[in-house]
Design a protein around this ligand. Structure first.
Ligand code: CA
Ligand code: CA
Length: 269
């Protein structure tokens, strides 16, 4: 059984353009409000050292906390994804990143129509490959359609581009990729998990977000400002929270702090 994950959001009031609304000049504009402060059942235990911190101190504390993990092989990732990415409405299927398609768990492989293991932090950005380490870290590995995984390739993330056929609303252009709206926050929180987890102190590159596209093999991923906006626009879903629990309970025994505390994105970046 998964531990019950208790979240209590203290929603900040949504800012309205009050004056304009009162005089009826424009339609009410809902302003994007920052991710609400969250408390979780892990604050007094798992996150005890991080609570109350901000900026570099918070990032350093979270790095220490989440670096205590079990690591799995790349071949073991298949079964882990069958558990972590399970369709909540059909336990025979997984939900595919970027497209949102539900597909049979048994269709894992490399052929068109199969799903495979997408490195959301593209493995060429820091060149960590598929060895045990960042290349097998479940917190950024997701089941993905083979064809759409190939279209994403190692592109940085940014808004814009033309629609990806069968991509559920994902878009692509020559130097960037944008997931469908429902996966944008997930992608942001996965990328920023990687930035905190990998700080260059364990034989792997120090992974960091930046404001560029076209990062190629450098250990960077863009664009930070877009990822921050996606974190705000697409808060953690039940699917994403369950996934975090499965990885924590059954595989790596570490958590993605930004799924538990999305407001920590702004607290660090
Ligand atoms: Ca989402
Ligand atoms: Ca880093």
């Amino acid at each position: 059984m998964l531990a019950t994950h208790i979240r209590h959001r203290r929603w900040k009031s949504v800012a309205l353009t009050t004056a304009a609304v009162l005089v009826g000049l424009t339609t009410p504009a809902l302003m994007a409000s920052p991710a609400a402060a969250t408390t979780t059942e892990y604050d007094d235990t798992y996150y005890a050292d991080a609570i109350g911190k901000t900026g570099t101190a918070l990032k350093d504390s979270l790095h220490t906390i989440i670096s205590d993990q079990t690591k799995i092989s790349y071949s073991a990732v298949w079964n882990a994804l069958k558990a972590a990415d399970q369709d909540p409405n059909n336990s025979n299927n997984v939900i595919l990143l970027y497209s949102g398609v539900s597909r049979s768990k048994s269709l894992n492989g490399g052929d068109v129509g199969d799903w495979n293991r997408e490195h959301t932090w593209a493995k060429s950005h820091g060149d960590f490959g598929e060895a045990i380490g960042p290349g097998t870290d479940l917190h950024h590995l997701r089941a993905c359609d083979v064809r759409i995984n190939s279209i994403r390739g190692n592109l940085d993330f940014d808004n814009g581009g033309s629609a990806v056929t069968g991509g559920g609303g994902s878009t692509v252009d020559s130097d960037s990729f944008a997931p469908r709206a429902a996966d944008r926050g997930d992608v942001a929180r996965m990328i920023l998990y990687m930035a905190v987890r990998y700080e260059g102190d364990d034989g792997w590159a120090d992974l960091e977000p930046n404001e560029k596209v076209g990062n190629d093999s450098n250990p960077f991923m863009g664009k930070l400002s877009v990822l921050k906006a996606w974190n705000e626009a697409d808060p953690p879903s039940a699917f994403e929270e369950r996934r975090n629990e499965v990885i924590y309970d059954s595989y790596q025994h570490n958590r993605n702090p930004f799924i538990d505390h999305p407001e920590w994105v702004e607290a660090i970046w």
